[in-house]
Each structure stands twice: as structure tokens, then as C-alpha cells.
Design a protein around this ligand. Structure first.
Ligand code: SAH
Length: 458
């Protein structure tokens, strides 16, 4: 960054413009927006400059600028429509220690004027170091569009209200107040005039001080395994009421469609390939929206099952944001249902374990001896990368090579797929990239018949 953008205070400062013609007029138009005293020197002043001089907007002298004229000036513009003359003016500036801009001469200039979007007091300066004026113009046009004409007025009125707003505690609640002002209540009342905007601010403040309406809330909703009909009634209701829906990658479009049309839908997919959301960023997003809005945090299956729910709750707690939890159908129960079997069975297994193949430290360790026993059943989430590890551990702890294992891919989705095999074949079982639940010790009924036959022959 060769040119560093700063905003210079011009109040009661002196700015000198050398030149009074066409080229100076362009610079003067900008300078007249400032609060500086603008002195113009040059022969044959343009009509516009003479007009400004008569109106007292600039001080004009019909002569060439001299060293003494630069006394106390903070900036100097060399805008004489005459490159040679501009350079000698710049030399005067150097000698006087005044920063100068030489029109159309980047090398001889100490500073450059950016493209400006003026919504005073909101000012956006765009610079490309002279490299790409076309780009600067395009960016300027887009920013102009982004900042409606009323932005400046809103900011001015808001500025006058900052002290009053201090009764709202600093942090998410204060931000929620200002967000509502700048993006909702302010723009809506602007058409009715400044008085209406001020009235809106007072109402809004009362609302936010009373802690009521504008306070946000987060509902953690278990979206189930994918079939919209497996949503709970509470989940549907929360989705319908949400202003913002923040969802995992595994939540299918058919469920997202149940949100209101005006709701803001944000995906925070964590993908092994391509861009992926970090948990800290998800937490921050949740806090940002949860402070002001009704948010549904939509997690696949049951939010409290391998869903990093606690971390998100802690972030909300730390920011005093209220939340509640709507449980969902977890992938393991949906997968068992798809297989047409139950997870527990009298005389076979009186317990069932939900495991993950991997944890923070890599492969996750479990009570393998118990899991290897005949009749033991486990549902393994995120099992793909650890299939070989699980197989090795079970065998090491005495599991039979013919122990049934099953995989249910895309449980409760149109492309659901179920396969049963033996522990021997486990690593080949988990092909592809579809989400899958792996069961050890569980077989489909059809497969069980064959497996049992094989086992009894063994
Ligand atoms: N909270 C989720 C689990 C999130 S961890 C739940 O309760 O279901 C992500 C893992 O869940 C996936 O790797 C996969 O093992 C499993 N999973 C999620 N949806 C699934 C589906 N429709 N079919 C099979 N497995 C699924």
C-alpha cells in the first residue's frame, strides 16, 4: 500500500489551489464539500470560480501563487492545466513543507484524491493507486447503490442519539438496537422527515430498554435424518417463526423450504472438501444473529448427538442470549427403522452404544471388549475413515469374523441404501461419500437368516 488512506480534518484549515480554470474547477467542487478555507490563485478565472469567489465560498486572487501564499496551508493542489507550471508550484509546496497534489502526475504528487461516495458523515474512499480508474468507477457505482441517499441523514440523526442509547448495555444488545435503526426502523421513517426518524428512535429505544421484543432467541432444532416428515411439530413451528435459519450441510432443501420466504437462510456446512466453516465462526455468527433475531439453529439428526451443541450453547451463554432445544430423530434410530429392526432386543442386547469413529485426538477409543461380545450392538457415526481401525480393535478383542455389520447410507432419504456384511468385510462396506451409519452386531432380517446359517456351519 503505497498510498495510505486517512481522513484529514479540514475544519478551519487552509487549502491552496493553484489554477482557476477547467481543471481547478473539478478539484474545487470536491474541496467545497470540506470545511476548509479554500484559496485560489491564477489568471483568467473560470466563470464558476468567479461566482464562488463572489459568494464567499473561495478566496480568489488573480495572480500566480507565491511561496508566501502557502503559509499555514495543509494541502496544495497544482491544477493549472499546464504541466510545467504545475511542477514548479509543486516545488514551492515542497519548500514550504505542504503536501501537494499535481493533477495527472502521480509521481510528482504527495497524495492522491480517491473516488468518493459522499453520504456525509458516512464517506467511502476508493483508491486504486491510479492503476485502474475503470475499476474504481465500477466500485463507486456499486457502493453508491449500496448506500441509499438517506444513509448520511440517518447517520447524523443516529450520531445525535448516541448518548441516549448508552442506557442499553454495551455489546450484542446495543448492536441490536443500532442494527434495527439503520436497517429497518430508520429507513422506513425517513420518508416522513427528520422528526419521524427521531420519534422512531425514541420508540425503538424504549423497546430495547424494556428488554422485550427486540431481544433475540436461539432455538436449536434437530432436523432429523432428512425426511421432512420426521421433523417434530415443535421443529416445524420454530422453523416457521424464525427470522434467521443457520443450518448444517446435511440438512436437505426440502426441510429448509419450510422456513418463511423472508427468512435469511445461512449454510454453515463443514465439508471435508472445499470451503468449510470453523466452529468458532459458527459460534460467532450465532451470537451475532441471536442477539437481535429469532434464530433457528438447524442441526441434522438430533442436535445433542455428535452435534457440538455444547460449544454453541456456551457461546450464547457467554453473551446472555436465551435459547431452547428441540430434540430430533438421530441418524441411528432412523437407520434401524430403515432396516426394519430394533436397536435393543430382549435376550440379545440390553444396551446400545452410539459411538463416533473419530474424536479430537484421532481414532476414538472405546470399550472394545464389551463391543466384541456376541449380541453387543453399536451404532457408529462418522465411521468411514475409521472402518479399518474399528475392525482391527473388535477382532483384537475377540469378536468373531462373522459378526454381522450393517451400513445404512442416506437413512430416511430418497436414495437410502442398506447393506449387511460380516466384520471380515467391514472396510469394503463403507464405499462412496454419502452419510452413513455403521452398525456392529446388527443385521437386516433377511441377511440375518443367511448369516446365521453360515455361522452355524462354521
Ligand atoms: N447430529 C446428527 C449426527 C451428526 S454427525 C444425528 O443425530 O444424526 C454426522 C454423521 O451422522 C454422519 O457422518 C453420519 O454418520 C450420520 N448421519 C447423519 N445423517 C445421516 C443419514 N441421513 N443417514 C445415515 N447417516 C447419517
Amino acid at each position: 500500500m503505497r498510498h495510505f488512506p486517512i481522513f484529514v480534518d479540514t475544519r478551519d484549515q487552509k487549502i491552496v489551489v493553484s489554477g482557476a480554470g477547467e481543471c481547478a474547477v473539478a478539484k474545487l467542487r470536491l474541496l467545497l464539500k470540506t470545511e476548509a478555507r479554500v484559496h485560489v490563485f491564477g489568471r483568467d478565472a473560470h466563470d464558476v470560480v468567479q461566482g464562488w469567489a463572489q459568494d464567499g465560498k473561495v478566496v480568489y486572487e488573480d495572480r500566480v501563487v507565491t511561496a508566501g501564499d502557502l503559509d499555514g496551508a495543509i494541502l496544495l493542489y497544482a491544477a493549472n492545466d499546464e504541466p510545467e507550471q504545475d511542477l514548479s508550484v509543486a516545488t514551492l509546496g515542497k519548500a514550504a513543507g505542504v503536501k501537494s497534489l499535481v493533477v495527472d502526475n502521480l509521481e510528482a504528487s504527495d497524495f492522491i484524491t480517491p473516488a468518493i461516495v459522499d453520504r456525509d458523515p458516512v464517506t467511502v474512499a476508493i483508491g486504486t493507486e491510479g492503476a485502474a480508474p475503470v475499476l474504481a468507477r465500477k466500485i463507486k457505482a456499486e457502493v453508491e447503490e449500496m448506500l441509499p441517499a438517506g444513509t448520511g441523514i440517518l447517520a447524523r440523526i443516529g450520531q445525535g442519539f448516541r448518548d441516549a442509547a448508552e442506557i442499553i448495555p454495551q455489546g450484542p444488545r446495543r448492536r441490536a438496537f443500532w442494527t434495527s435503526y439503520y436497517f429497518d426502523k430508520g429507513p422506513k421513517s425517513l420518508a416522513k422527515g427528520k422528526g419521524a426518524v427521531e420519534a422512531a428512535l425514541h420508540y425503538l429505544l424504549a423497546d430495547h430498554v424494556n428488554d422485550g421484543a427486540a431481544q433475540g432467541h436461539v432455538t436449536f432444532v434437530g432436523a432429523g435424518p432428512g425426511d421432512p416428515e420426521l421433523l417434530t411439530l415443535k421443529a416445524r413451528k420454530a422453523l416457521h417463526e424464525a427470522a434467521v435459519v443457520i443450518h448444517d450441510g446435511l440438512v436437505p432443501p426440502a426441510i429448509l423450504e419450510l422456513a418463511r420466504r423472508e427468512a435469511q437462510i445461512i449454510s454453515v456446512a463443514k465439508s471435508a472438501f472445499g470451503p468449510s466453516w470453523r466452529q468458532e465462526d459458527i459460534n460467532a455468527l450465532l451470537v451475532e444473529h441471536g442477539a437481535a433475531d429469532r434464530v433457528v439453529r438447524l442441526k441434522s439428526g438430533d442436535g445433542g448427538t455428535f452435534g457440538r451443541l455444547d460449544e454453541e450453547i456456551e457461546a450464547l451463554d457467554a453473551n446472555d442470549i436465551a435459547f431452547d432445544i428441540v430434540p430430533g430423530v438421530t441418524a441411528a434410530t432412523a437407520a434401524a427403522a430403515a432396516m426394519g429392526v430394533s436397536l435393543t432386543r430382549r435376550g440379545r442386547n440390553s444396551s446400545i452404544q452410539f459411538l463416533t469413529g473419530r474424536d479430537l485426538s484421532g481414532f476414538a477409543e472405546h470399550d472394545w471388549r464389551r463391543l466384541a461380545e456376541p449380541g453387543a450392538v453399536a451404532a457408529i457415526y462418522m465411521a468411514r475413515a475409521s472402518a479399518r481401525f474399528v475392525q482391527g480393535r473388535l477382532m483384537m478383542h475377540g469378536a468373531s469374523a462373522s459378526m454381522p455389520v450393517s451400513a445404512v447410507f442416506n437413512a430416511a432419504r430418497p436414495d437410502q441404501r442398506i447393506i449387511t456384511a460380516t466384520l471380515n468385510e467391514l472396510p469394503e462396506l463403507l464405499d462412496g461419500t454419502d452419510p452413513a451409519i455403521l452398525f456392529t452386531g446388527l443385521a437386516t432380517r433377511a441377511a440375518k437368516a443367511t448369516l446365521l446359517k453360515e455361522v452355524s456351519h462354521a
